[in-house]
Design a protein around this ligand. Structure first.
Ligand code: AR6
Length: 184
């Protein structure tokens, strides 16, 4: 079941022991604040060197680098959309971020992947909407992929954590499948 491979936790993504963590980067790939800054600090300077070599990444796209000093073997950098009110294709771009990041995870053989809440910090995407897109897109991806064993949403603060939990519960509800329900 795709949904049983999705979990929501509260914490710092740089500490996650998964094959790949996803970075909410900007299109320069040269680092920044928020989760991007935390990932670069924890990975060490060689991450920036590799990002510089790649040269940049468009909104909605994703690129992969090594994880260097991180517990994760890979960092998948994706660039979320800046929220401008929803009329500039933000939902589609955010969907592309999750899809393209997971596609790269599969191509590199990652079996466990951790995501932060892309675009809901400095880029101001409303977290209720962003969390629904994140859960739905990952669930759809996992329903046609059987190589990824776990996708973990790592939420930094309580507000974000609650939104993702709610989005996951709602998603399970729309599918009429209670989580971990026993078979009759
Ligand atoms: N672990 C998990 N989540 C975190 C961590 C962490 N260590 N630190 C922050 N968050 P943001 P964006 C959460 O702003 O909105 C950067 O400067 C944070 O609380 O990091 O996509 C880039 O360079 C929030 O819930 O990413 C770009 O310029 C979520 O991560 C720009 O910000 C995303 O917030 C990208 O903005």
């Amino acid at each position: 079941m795709a949904n049983e491979r999705i979990s929501v936790v509260q914490g710092d993504i740089t500490l996650e022991r998964v094959d790949a963590i996803v970075n909410a980067a900007n299109s320069s790939l040269l680092g920044g604040g928020g989760v991007d800054g935390a990932i670069h600090r924890a990975a060490g300077p060689k991450l920036l060197t590799e990002c510089r070599r790649i040269g940049g990444c468009d909104t909605g796209e994703a690129v992969v680098t090594g994880g260097y000093r991180l517990p994760a073997k890979w960092v998948i950098h994706t660039v979320g959309p800046v929220w401008h009110g929803g009329g500039l294709g933000e939902a589609e771009l955010l969907t592309n971020c999750y899809r393209n990041a997971l596609r790269l995870a599969v191509e590199n053989g990652a079996r466990t992947v951790a995501f932060p809440s892309i675009s809901t910090g400095a880029y101001r995407y409303p977290v209720d909407e962003a969390s629904r897109i994140a859960i739905r897109t990952v669930s759809e991806f996992l329903s046609v992929d059987d190589t990824i064993e776990e996708v973990r949403f790592v939420c930094f603060d309580t507000h974000t954590y609650s939104a993702y939990q709610r989005a996951l519960e709602e998603h399970l509800g729309t599918q009429g499948l209670p989580r971990n329900s026993a078979s009759p």
